[in-house]
Design a protein around this ligand. Structure first.
Ligand SMILES: [Zn+2]
Ligand SMILES: [Zn+2]
Length: 175
């Protein structure tokens, strides 16, 4: 994914907005790949802030496919993202030790910037729904879809805990 900067880089203070659409195979996060269901649509704003510096803002939503980590069902995952990065016209490859990106010529490649931003918006818990009920540990039934008659296995070692009351709580309630 590349944005043309041939005009914007000529004048300090100039700003250019564009929209880029591109088919991407997937977004990755924590070594898991999420295939995209739609082409990536990215709004790009490039600002020439002087001194050969271009500030690039990207914003969009990637539509991906994921598998719920609780019930194992596939579901649609929207990944909104937003990022801002400064680029300087300098020779040499991008360097992780620099707090800006490098470009040469008339285009800036946005692949890494967009992939990082969208990857960072993948939630820590990838769930089809925040209240997903998951699978029955006994029969494997998807409890979002149907219920089963499996007895909830109670670990006898913890059973006495069920009878405990918490006197502290009642005290707090009174005060
Ligand atoms: Zn689920
Ligand atoms: Zn069951």
């Amino acid at each position: 994914m590349e944005v043309r900067v041939s005009d914007v880089k000529k004048w300090v203070g100039r700003e250019e907005a564009t929209e880029i659409q591109e088919a991407w195979p997937e977004v990755a996060s924590a070594r898991v790949g999420y295939p995209l269901t739609d082409p990536a649509v990215v709004h790009v704003l490039v600002r020439n802030t002087g001194g050969g510096r271009l500030v690039v803002e990207v914003k969009g939503v990637l539509e991906a496919e994921a598998v719920c980590t609780r019930c194992a069902e596939p579901f649609h995952l929207s990944l909104p993202f937003e990022a801002t990065e400064e680029f300087r016209e300098e020779a040499g490859p991008s360097d992780e030790n620099l707090d800006y990106g490098r470009y040469t010529g008339d285009k800036i490649n946005l692949d890494v910037m967009v992939a990082d931003a969208a990857g960072a918006s993948v939630p820590i818990a990838v769930l089809c729904h925040p209240d997903c009920l998951g699978l029955c540990p006994v029969c494997g039934t998807n409890r979002n879809v149907t219920s089963c008659d499996c007895a909830v296995a109670v670990d006898e070692r913890w059973a006495p805990l069920a009878d405990l009351t918490w006197p502290d709580d009642t005290d707090h309630a009174k005060n």
